[in-house]
Design a protein. Structure first.
Length: 154
């Protein structure tokens, strides 16, 4: 009986290996995503309808030693460099961060751009369904908040 329990636990451990870049590439292929990969970093690409050129729109980084994955996507929002709009933008980011508990809105201090991020543990592995759901959460959140964030730039 003890051997059966041990073998069952071993099988669970084996079936939930940490997420790797190979696995992420496989998931992105299965999802039909256009992407480029470089040393554990993936850039999801969009095609310019006029020129046909691909450009990066979304970032995924697998950090194997930390057993974590980081996703980041741009929003149309920009934090003004100064003035009353700057304080209002930070207040809006705080509001959105409390409203959307699965993602975090961040401000790039050099460009003022606002990005939406999602970080998750990969120590027990991540199936394609969960990976796809995480992408849907972050893309859906960016879509839901786009108008509010675009207003910050005006």
């Amino acid at each position: 009986m003890k051997l059966t329990v041990f073998l069952a636990m071993l099988m669970v451990t084996i079936s939930f290996a940490a997420l790797s870049t190979t696995t992420v590439a496989s998931y992105l292929d299965q999802l039909g995503a256009a992407y480029e990969e470089e040393e554990g970093t993936f850039w999801l690409l969009a095609l310019d309808s006029l020129s046909g050129e691909a450009f990066p729109i979304f970032y995924i980084e697998v950090n194997t030693p930390m057993e974590a994955c980081f996703m980041a996507g741009p929003t149309p929002g920009v934090v003004p460099a100064s003035g009353a709009g700057r304080a209002a933008a930070f207040a809006k980011l705080a509001e959105l961060n409390s409203t959307y508990p699965f993602v975090k809105f961040e401000h790039d201090m050099t460009t003022g751009e606002i990005i939406c991020t999602y970080t998750f543990s990969t120590e027990n592995g991540v199936g394609i369904e969960a990976f796809s759901a995480m992408l849907q959460v972050i893309f859906g959140t960016i879509d839901e908040t786009a108008a509010e964030l675009a207003e910050l730039s005006r």
